[in-house]
Design a protein around this ligand. Structure first.
Ligand code: NAD
Length: 437
């Protein structure tokens, strides 16, 4: 099949490369000309494990091409995916759909013959109706069917997620799209890849409901962690105890500095706004957002507390800046609020992240960037582990202690065992665990 992907960011590039790997002819489009030029030179503009090899193999096999010429890429396609950004709209938190609508207009003008247009971006319920309206209004002769196929991949494990999905949700209102969607996902379908066909609005809402549920689950265990700290219970044992119940499941029960990233914060906010607009406020989601917002700064205050409440003039080393390991994505990372709280309290911050420092520099300018974890510990009064990169899981604690002014470690991801860190001579605090636990 001839597949065109509009938007070559995390989702578009991974999806495009995977579709090419399935054997389809894929053209990835982006309006960012520098990004397309880099991709044409074989450079991958984002960090995602395995993506460079996947892109290189499929590009050299001639199945994966890059262009900023949207009209010709759309004209030759059987199926056009829209994977452009849908960030929070400034001011009100609604999803900003301007990129989606602009893409719809451009597609309408360029389309030739029967074409399935698929929204892969995360968009509020009802957006497909509007995309269809825009296309019909822009080009009444366009023979187009509009489908919703939200993407569930996770950054850091995106290729694996795309190729072995738990499910593929396809929302359609016109049966002509069904065989086309079956065909494009056929390599997965043959392996019993679970395609779930629904109405278009249902598919759109399914994506938000899934993300909101996961955000709630994280927020729930974070609050239980706070209660554990006050009562001497151990949140990790609580999580194991409840996670073993398969009605609950063990995933997403790791307490930490609050959820961040390019999806959960904006998607929970957009869902809450949709609920309000339809007169059915989603109070669990609204409360989740409020708790998570407060939590990030609270984690900064936890670090200040580890400094005996006196951060002014102190140096804090920060390990990990991205919102999770194995990505360079800094969007809404908890590190931003944690570091801002420390800077507000008068601390000097030195930080290291294996992949995120370039992206971090555009959002965090009040930070000294370091060579590695040991460099970040040098001269620090306190070291904070914010993102659980593998590189931080087995640090040489004796060496770290020698480099620091005072051996204080705040582990916001519960990577270390309290007994081992204390035996190494550190004052240690983590999330929801007693130090003798
Ligand atoms: P991104 O910002 O990394 O990429 C979007 C790309 O689209 C950019 O390169 C931008 O230049 C391009 N673009 C915008 N308008 C365009 C147009 N008219 N024509 C061509 N290119 C255009 O975004 P992302 O993280 O890939 O997210 C894309 C969508 O997928 C969002 O709706 C997001 O919520 C959703 N999503 C993201 C993830 C994730 O983990 N990042 C997971 C699932 C779903």
């Amino acid at each position: 099949m001839r597949v065109t992907m509009i938007g070559s960011g995390y989702v578009g590039l991974v999806s495009g490369a995977c579709f090419a790997d399935f054997g389809h002819d894929v053209v990835c489009v982006d309006l960012n000309k520098a990004k397309i030029a880099a991709l044409q030179r074989g450079e991958i503009p984002i960090f995602e494990p395995g993506l460079d090899a996947l892109v290189a193999n499929n590009a050299s096999a001639g199945r994966l091409k890059f262009t900023s010429d949207l009209p010709s890429a759309v004209a030759q396609a059987d199926i056009v995916f829209v994977a452009v950004g849908t960030p929070s709209r400034r001011g009100d938190g609604h999803a900003d759909l301007s990129y989606v609508y602009a893409a719809a207009q451009e597609i309408a003008q360029a389309v030739r013959g029967f074409t399935v247009v698929v929204t892969k971006s995360t968009v509020p319920v009802g957006t497909g109706d509007e995309v269809e309206r825009i296309i019909r209004e822009t080009n009444p002769d366009a023979d187009v069917v509009v489908v919703s196929n939200p993407e569930f991949l996770r950054e850091g494990a995106a290729i694996e997620d795309f190729k072995r999905p738990d499910r593929i949700v396809v929302g359609l209102e016109d049966e002509r799209a069904r065989p086309v969607m079956e065909e494009v996902y056929r390599p997965l379908y043959l392996n019993q890849g679970p395609l779930i066909f629904t109405g278009r609005r249902t598919a759109e809402l399914t994506k938000y409901a899934g993300n909101a549920f996961l955000a709630m689950k994280i927020t729930f265990i974070n609050e239980i962690a706070d209660l554990c700290e006050q009562t001497g219970a151990n949140v990790q044992d609580v999580a194991r105890g409840i996670g073993a119940d398969n009605r609950i499941g063990s995933k997403f029960l790791h307490p930490g500095p609050g959820y961040g990233g390019s999806c959960f914060p904006k998607d929970t906010l957009a869902l809450a706004k949709t609920g309000q607009d339809y007169g059915t406020p989603l109070r669990l989601v609204e409360t989740t957002i409020a708790i998570n917002d407060q939590r990030k700064r609270a984690m900064g205050r936890k670090v200040v507390a580890a400094l005996q409440g006196k951060a002014r003039g102190k140096t804090v080393g920060v390990l990990g800046l991205t919102f999770k390991p194995n990505t360079d994505d800094m969007r809404d990372a908890p590190s931003i609020a944690v570091i801002q709280t420390l800077v507000d309290a008068g601390a000097r911050v030195r930080a290291y992240d294996p992949e995120g420092m370039e992206a971090a520099k555009s959002v965090l300018d009040n930070v000294e960037y370091c060579e590695d974890a040991y460099d970040a510990a040098r001269g620090a009064d306190c070291l904070v582990l914010v993102t659980e990169w593998n590189a931080f899981r087995s640090l040489d604690l004796a060496r770290i202690k020698d480099l620091m002014i005072s051996p204080v470690l705040v582990d916001l991801r519960n990577v270390y065992r309290p007994s081992e860190v204390e035996a190494a001579g550190f004052a240690y605090s983590s999330v929801g665990r007693p130090n003798d636990g």
